[in-house]
Design a protein around this ligand. Sequence first.
Ligand SMILES: [Zn+2]
Length: 202
Amino acid sequence: MRKKSEFRIDLRLSNIKIKNVTVDSNGDYHVHVSCCDVDGVKCNRCGQLIATSYGQCEETIIEHLPILDQKTYIHVKWPRFVCNYCNDKPTTSFHPEWLNETGKLTKAYEDYILKCLIHSTDKDVALKNRTTTDVIQGIVERRVSTKTDWNNVSPPAIGMYEIALKKGHDSFLTIVSDISNKGEAKILAVIDGRDKEVILPF
Ligand SMILES: [Zn+2]
């Protein structure tokens, strides 16, 4: 029986099936999942579609959006596939589209941190989110892009916010987001700088 104050939450992540959820002594959530609906991947080396299973990777722990101000971690072992087209038969593991480049954070979490940086420094954001400035700066570095392909995005309304990376330093970034869907700002680009010269080409 569910308590009267409980409700279900959808993590909005594809290719996973929740096995169980535990809460640690900090009150943080650990969601243990298995991977599902993956028949193959593209070989990292040659790009061919490969479907010969080669077991699983070690467990990875991925940070996702916080739930009720508690951290949320996904524990998963991604399936691995071997390439029979490449000579030395390299393996490639599955990487869902919601996972960031490092495989340690969800893209939704990265977006959330970038939003937290609006009118805040990396130190403030690290403190409030119980993480390190290295993590925050890694996110910013990965997401800074002046090469947005505007052929694929034509939002009717965009928002621009500048963020200061360090207090008192002249280190600013501009976050450009699609604000056409109310309550669902989608980050399009993070531009290095806040001056006319870097913003205008956009
Ligand atoms: Zn290959």
